[in-house]
Structures are given as structure tokens and as C-alpha cells.
Write a protein that binds this ligand. Structure first.
Ligand code: VGL
Ligand code: ZN
Length: 198
């Protein structure tokens, strides 16, 4: 039994036609909506970047998307501009049943630091507040679904497992970007961390 469904970044920019489209990304919408009816709590995350965000290749002279740079917190992949605060690309896919959500967690709004995980930013220490919310409500069993399997879903699942939650990733309700084998690597890392892949 899952008590909490965490829906990761089901936003226009990660769907076909979007700025950082995940192949077949919109296919997660129907299974996620179906899963919502089984959950006690539904939480959505929303990637939410200012125009000067340091994860954008456009903010690094001479760099192109998918290059890697060293940030104070470690290596950071550079992305095409995506999920700009307030833009249509940052909006949830229109088919997603957002009315069911108890909470929307926005992340990646600090220009100097990217945020894949729903729990911590990429420095691994700046919290989003989600852990406190779940603790306060007594929610301990999490099911994760959404985009992208090998980035934001992966890091959210690893952090959740590390924080002691019972974590299941709903494979059929996720899609991957798959940069250089990142999908298979994500699967291995999750299994190793004790995350169930269903
Ligand atoms: C994501 C790359 C950059 C994701 C967000 O949602 O997986 N990936 N920003
Ligand atoms: Zn992003």
C-alpha cells in the first residue's frame, strides 16, 4: 500500500515538443492519473528556473547543452533552457490531474544551484522542505513516478531511501532521457539503494 504518490516534473518542457523533451514523456500522464486514486496524499514537483540559471548551457560562454561543467558542488550537466518560471513550458501537462495534489514542491529556483531531487538541491544539503512536510503528516511510504526516470526521479528516490522512506518507483509511469546509458545506471543505483522498481 502506498500512502503518498510523488509526481515528478510532468511539465510541458519535458514532454514531446518541449525544450527538454523526454522521449514519449507524455505517456506517463494516464498511468499517473490512475495511480492518484490509490494514494492518500498526492504531491507534485515542478522544475522552476530563473533565466540566469546556471544549469542552462546558454549561461556559460562556449558551452552547449549536455556539456558538463564544474560547479562548487561538483559536476553539473548543462541543459537547454527549460522550465522558465511562469512559462508555458514550466506548466504541468494539461492532461495531468493537478486538482488531486495536496502540495506542489517547486525546485531549481536558485540561480546558482540545480535541483534534481524533490528533497535536496544538487549540493545534496539545501532542503526543499518536502521531508519536513512528509514527517509532519506521518507519511512514510512513497511511490514515485514522472520525468525523467534517470534524473529527477532517480535523485528523488535515492534521497528518499537515504531518509528512511519505503520507496517504490513506478517504472511504467516514468520515462528516461537516457544520456550515455544513464537509464541503466539509474536502475542499478536505485536497486542498490533499496528502492523497489515496480
Ligand atoms: C530534469 C534535467 C534538468 C528532470 C530537470 O526533471 O529530470 N532533468 N532539469
Ligand atoms: Zn531543470
Amino acid at each position: 500500500m502506498t500512502d503518498t504518490l510523488i509526481v515528478v516534473d510532468v511539465q510541458n518542457d519535458f514532454c514531446p515538443g518541449g525544450a527538454l523533451a523526454v522521449p514519449d514523456g507524455d505517456a506517463v500522464v494516464a498511468p499517473i492519473n490512475a495511480e492518484m486514486s490509490k494514494a492518500q496524499a498526492v504531491i507534485l514537483t515542478q522544475d522552476w528556473h530563473p533565466a540566469d540559471h546556471q544549469s542552462f548551457a546558454s549561461n556559460h560562454t562556449g558551452k552547449t547543452p549536455y556539456d558538463t561543467v564544474e560547479m562548487p558542488y561538483g559536476p553539473q550537466i548543462l541543459w537547454p533552457d527549460h522550465c522558465l518560471i511562469g512559462s508555458d513550458g514550466a506548466a504541468f501537462h494539461k492532461g495531468l490531474d493537478t486538482a488531486r495534489a495536496d502540495l506542489i514542491v517547486r525546485k531549481g529556483f536558485r540561480p546558482e544551484i540545480d535541483s534534481y531531487s524533490a528533497f535536496f538541491e544538487n549540493d545534496r544539503e539545501t532542503p526543499t522542505g518536502l521531508h519536513g512536510y512528509l514527517q509532519t503528516r506521518g507519511l512514510t511510504t512513497l511511490t514515485l513516478a514522472g520525468l525523467a526516470f534517470d534524473f529527477c526521479v532517480l535523485y528523488s528516490a535515492l534521497d528518499a531511501a537515504k531518509l528512511g522512506y519505503d520507496v517504490t518507483v513506478l517504472d511504467t509511469a516514468c520515462r528516461a532521457i537516457d544520456l550515455d546509458g544513464s537509464e541503466a545506471a539509474a536502475r542499478d543505483a536505485m536497486r542498490e539503494a533499496g528502492v523497489r522498481i515496480a
